[in-house]
Write a protein that binds this ligand. Structure first.
Ligand code: LLP
Length: 420
């Protein structure tokens, strides 16, 4: 677990300051136990069986983390892959092809052929993709993604249902999908939706479930081969102090009972599929960095660290809040500071909200201190870049007293790769 004891931040049994010293900063650190607990929380919280939890690999695609999720998830687990690269990663981590679904958008024939060759089910995101898929692989199994005209999420950029969203086959066009499928003798084994990311209210999830279930009910004659309904991911986690987690018990009960009564009416037991990414990995991870510079403007006290939005883009991209802790906190005296990165853009400030830079009350910080940007296990490293020609950090996985490097620190050769 991640804890603070007498002002010292621990990952498992190891102090963050020791990890920073041993492996250097910037450094992504993940706690194995937290990931295992989150996977178990899902399979325990949702009692409906058969249940499939397709981990959304985009949240964190590190092979060691994929292996860990697979091992802990056992029979329930699979992978939601959105690119040939993620399919490759899932298979390399030991997932079987039938445990992986390829849910991508704006897909080429080559990408679909890759999935077909690997025996991975393709989830079609548009009528034209379905048509092309039917020509490439007639008579095969298929899934379609529906845009149910219900969306939710922590920011506009991550809401994936409704008329502003590029995703899925519009709810009113679903009958056309059946026509295309029958022209190519495709078997509809699955139907899918994903309404957005960072949802903390069960009600929105249930509302979207209701829409998809209605579609299935209405088209039951065309869905004789249906094996599963996939309601997507999006389960949020608390980032800000005071934010409440979704409550897996209540969520699981609501989802299970809705689905169970649907199946009784439908007359066939289908598998319930969900695709959480953030829920499984977000709270397990943090980004350690070292304070290089402290300076003052008339408005802000800037604390400059040795990482930036190249390594954690969420504050810059969505105004997302990430808690920040000192690895070693000696005094209680607090002051409001703006923690900023080493990237040459003014937007490179971690402590921000929707309206811009926001001072964060932190214990007094000195140059050389190690800070931890918390709840960074999801969409942290996986969204990182080498902008400003800065290599990406290493990743370390902690299990109790042990820490191992699960991805080496990049060097400048990674940044310059492929160039003359
Ligand atoms: N399934 C599909 C089809 C998805 O597109 C996504 C996320 C998920 C599942 C998993 O969603 P999750 O359970 O992790 O919320 N970069 C953004 C999040 C983008 C999510 C994109 N799709 C962020 O940092 O908040």
């Amino acid at each position: 677990m991640i804890s603070i004891k007498s002002g010292r931040l621990f990952i498992g049994e190891l102090p963050a300051s020791l990890l920073a010293k041993k492996f250097g900063t910037p450094l992504y650190v993940y706690d194995e136990e937290t990931i295992r607990l989150k996977v178990r929380e899902l399979s325990r919280g949702i009692s409906f069986r058969p249940l499939k939890v397709y981990y959304a690999a985009k949240a964190n695609t590190n092979l060691s983390i994929l292996k860990l999720v697979r091992e802990e998830g056992g029979e329930y687990i699979g992978v939601d892959a959105v690119s040939p690269g993620e399919i490759e990663a899932a298979l390399k981590a030991g997932f079987k092809p039938e445990q992986v679904m390829f849910t991508s958008t704006s897909v080429t024939d080559e990408e679909m052929k890759f999935a077909i060759d690997k025996k991975v089910l393709v989830n079609c995101d548009s009528l034209s993709q379905l048509e092309r898929y039917g020509r490439l692989n007639p008579g095969s199994k298929v899934c379609i993604r529906v845009n149910p005209d219900v969306g939710a999420g922590h920011h506009d950029h991550v809401i994936t249902g409704g008329p502003d969203s590029k995703f899925g086959i519009w709810v009113g066009d679903v009958p056309k999908a059946f026509e295309i499928a029958s022209m190519h003798s495709l078997k509809f084994v699955g139907i899918h939706e994903h309404i957005g990311s960072g949802i903390l209210e069960t009600a929105k999830f249930l509302e979207a479930m209701g829409v998809l279930l209605k579609i299935v009910e209405k088209n039951r004659d065309r869905l004789k081969d249906l094996e599963f309904i996939d309601f997507g991911g999006g389960i949020g986690v608390p980032y800000r102090p005071g934010q409440k987690p979704i409550g897996m018990k209540q969520f699981g009960e609501a989802v299970s009972s809705t689905f169970s009564s649907f199946c009784s009416g439908f007359g066939k037991k289908l598998a319930l599929v969900i695709e959480p990414g953030r829920f499984i990995v977000a709270e397990s991870g943090l980004l350690l960095c070292t304070v290089n510079t402290i300076k003052q403007t008339p408005k802000h006290k800037f604390v400059g660290v040795d990482t930036g939005f190249n390594h954690l883009i969420r504050p810059m991209a969505y105004g997302s809040y990430h808690p920040i802790e000192l690895a070693e906190c000696s005094g209680a005296e607090e002051e409001a500071v703006a923690v900023c990165g080493n990237i040459c853009e003014s937007g490179d400030v971690f402590t921000r909200d929707e309206s811009g830079i926001a001072g964060r009350k932190l214990p007094k910080i000195r140059e050389g201190d190690v800070l931890a940007i918390m709840v960074a296990g999801a969409y942290g490293f996986s969204m990182s870049s080498t902008y400003n020609s800065r290599p990406r950090p290493a990743e370390v996985l902690v299990n109790g007293k042990e820490a191992r490097v699960i991805r080496k620190r990049e060097d400048i050769s990674h940044v310059l790769f492929g160039m003359d």
